[in-house]
Design a protein around this ligand. Structure first.
Ligand code: ADP
Ligand code: MG
Length: 602
């Protein structure tokens, strides 16, 4: 027998057969969750809850001990593994198959969307490890074609996702059909209360293994947002793709229809993309996923559901083409890039109507989300030229084989410069054609000259300087201060001007017409129920010492503001945002108290 080198796994108490399988699979060191769970599952008889980030090898953490503990000679179903999606069922079954090595243990995925006939046959013969989706498993239970009353293990894999997808009742029904003396294992990337509740009902003397997020891992994904119009999204997307030195990504969309459309548009523009969504047949989906894994395509356009649990590593980008519904979905989506030591980039598109929701998500998720600067067509072309040069230089080192003869003959017919140019055009086509980039509304507006004349006259507005009883010591930044007021009062970005954040307090200019309203809104929000915002005393907090208040500044009227808004990259902006949105203040509020009304307390 050849020497087994993977000491890390050996120390966990795994058999030689398993160590062989791991060697073959190329797993050298156990991941943290594996190191913690495997001995626990092998040595004890307790139920186990394992929590660790996506992509940390939770499958092997339960699959290896399950394989060790099964009785190969007993053909009844000894382990049932529930997964949220069919892809995941297939993936988990495959992983277990590759880990079982020479053991004669049968593993099969059982999921909806495929014929029952095949599944009946296999189940009749006896499947020792059934990996299935809750819906189809329940079907088989009702038909009496699956017996799960002699289980050694019941495993809920990606439990949080199963709950998200509304499988709770199915899971409860399925578990109620299992024997009491089985071991229950539950694996999940997150641990919401609902899971703990489920565990309490169905698990006994449970051990919980929690692996904290690795800080370094977290920072490997740079996060960006991009304020844009719906109609500019495709253009911005292509600019992102073209300016990246490599792009291997998932683009998240909301609906199947949108997936199809974006996928099609990308293909039309010559990108190697495919749409992945629930309307495709299982076969089609598997083909697409394999193409992605083989790098035959580099872009998957997917819905959240279709992308669940899909294990594609080393993504360079995740693009949120539509804003995720909440912070958890956001975190889940972007967690697919920046893994295992590779840098990743997550860019979230935000239209003006979605801005509030985005600001909310941004506050709930870890890490900074910075503004993405959309590259101009010229910048992209410059980057492309550099890449082409680099590619050609790199290829000089490769064997040219039969092309040498053609080269010699061509050089007799034409000069070197013309030949190189012609070959580049043949190879790269119209890659450097600037007209392929369409204009982006807000970028162009930025370049518009400021208007003068009548609008100047209209734009006189009185401002009041407010004192805000929090500052840098309270972790306040200009942006955070602006967001706090915007969220509470529904005022516009542009209404907040000249923000100054000091050590323990801050200042902000607001239109005098809304100053009273803002003060009122924060009346009891300070320390010990004191006012958080009051009128600044004259002279206070002004860079230039102004004599009295209110401050008179030039300010476009509400009517002209829409058109005179600055581009979002404008450095003049005090806190980096300026998107103006008519519907920014919810309608109900407008009606209730006029333009600025106090938010109702819950
Ligand atoms: P999770 O369920 O935690 O999201 P998976 O079990 O799907 O993660 O594993 C993610 C990927 O990591 C899979 O491709 C798996 O084969 C691989 N993997 C798991 N454990 C190891 C290991 N110890 N060494 C190397 N790769 C591993
Ligand atoms: Mg998993």
């Amino acid at each position: 027998m050849s020497e087994i080198t993977n000491e890390g796994f050996k120390n966990l108490g795994l058999s030689d057969a398993t160590l062989k399988a791991l060697e073959k699979k190329g797993f050298q060191e156990p991941t943290e969750i594996q190191r913690e769970c495997i001995p626990l599952l092998l040595e004890k008889d307790s139920d186990v809850i394992g929590q660790a980030q996506t992509g940390t090898g939770k499958t092997a953490a339960f699959a290896l001990p399950v394989l060790e503990r099964l009785d190969a000679s007993d053909k009844t179903t000894q382990a049932l593994i529930l997964t949220p999606t069919r892809e995941l069922a297939v993936q988990v079954a495959e992983e277990i198959n590759s880990l079982k090595w020479s053991r004669s243990i049968t593993v099969e995925p059982i999921y909806g969307g495929t014929s029952y006939e095949n599944q009946f046959k296999k189940l009749k013969k006896g499947i020792q490890i059934v990996v299935g989706t809750p819906g189809r498993i329940q079907d088989h239970l009702e038909r009496g074609t699956l017996n799960i009353s002699h289980l050694k293990f019941a495993v809920l894999d990606e439990a949080d996702e199963m709950l998200d997808m509304g499988f709770i009742e199915d899971i409860e029904t399925i578990l109620s059909r299992t024997n009491d003396d089985k071991r229950m294992l539950l694996f999940s990337a997150t641990m919401p209360d609902e899971i703990l509740r489920l565990a309490k009902t169905f698990m006994k003397n449970t051990e919980i293994v929690r692996i904290k997020k690795n800080r370094e891992e977290e920072n490997l994904t740079s996060q960006y947002y991009c304020f844009l119009r719906e109609s500019d999204k495709i253009e911005v997307l292509t600019r992102i793709i073209d300016s990246a030195s490599s792009f291997y990504a998932i683009i998240f969309c909301k609906t199947k229809l949108q997936c199809e459309e974006i996928g099609r548009k990308l293909m039309e523009r010559g990108y190697e993309a495919e749409a992945l969504h629930g309307d495709l047949s299982q076969k089609q989906r598997e083909i697409i996923l394999q193409k992605m894994r083989d790098h035959k395509i580099s872009i998957l356009v997917a819905t959240d559901v279709a992308a669940r649990g899909i294990d594609i590593s080393e993504l360079t980008h995740v693009i949120n083409f539509t804003l995720p519904s909440d912070g958890e979905v956001y975190t889940h989506r972007i967690g697919r890039t920046g893994r295992a030591g590779h840098k990743g980039c997550a860019i979230t598109f935000v239209t003006s109507a979605e801005k509030r929701r985005f600001l909310f998500i941004r506050r709930t998720v870890k890490g900074e989300i910075e503004e993405y600067r959309i590259p101009s067509a010229d910048e992209i072309l410059k980057a492309k030229k550099e890449r082409i040069e680099a590619e050609v230089i790199n290829s000089l080192e490769k064997e040219c084989g039969d092309y040498a003869g053609i080269a010699a003959s061509l050089l007799e017919k034409s000069d070197a410069a013309s030949l190189v140019k012609s070959l580049l055009r043949l190879h790269y086509g119209n890659d450097l054609d600037k007209s392929q980039y369409h204009t982006i509304k807000a970028l162009d507006e930025k370049r518009e000259k400021p208007r003068t004349g009548r609008r100047e006259a209209e734009s006189q507005q009185t401002f009041t300087r407010l004192f805000f009883a929090k500052g840098r010591n309270d972790k306040f930044t200009k942006r955070y201060l602006a967001n706090t007021i915007i969220e509470e009062c529904g005022v516009r970005d542009e209404d907040l001007q000249d923000i100054q954040v000091m050590e323990s307090f801050s200042f902000v200019n607001v239109p005098s017409s809304v100053a009273g309203y803002i003060i009122e809104a924060f009346r009891d929000k300070g320390e010990g129920g004191r006012p958080l915002i009051v009128r600044a005393r004259p002279e206070e907090g002004h860079k230039k010492s102004t004599s009295s208040m209110p401050v008179k500044t030039k300010k476009p009227s509400a009517k002209t503001r829409v058109r005179s808004r600055k581009g979002w990259q404008d450095e003049v902006q005090p806190y980096g945002r300026d998107t103006y949105d008519e519907d920014f203040i919810p309608r109900a509020k407008k009606k209730e108290h006029g333009k600025y009304s106090k938010k109702k307390k819950k």
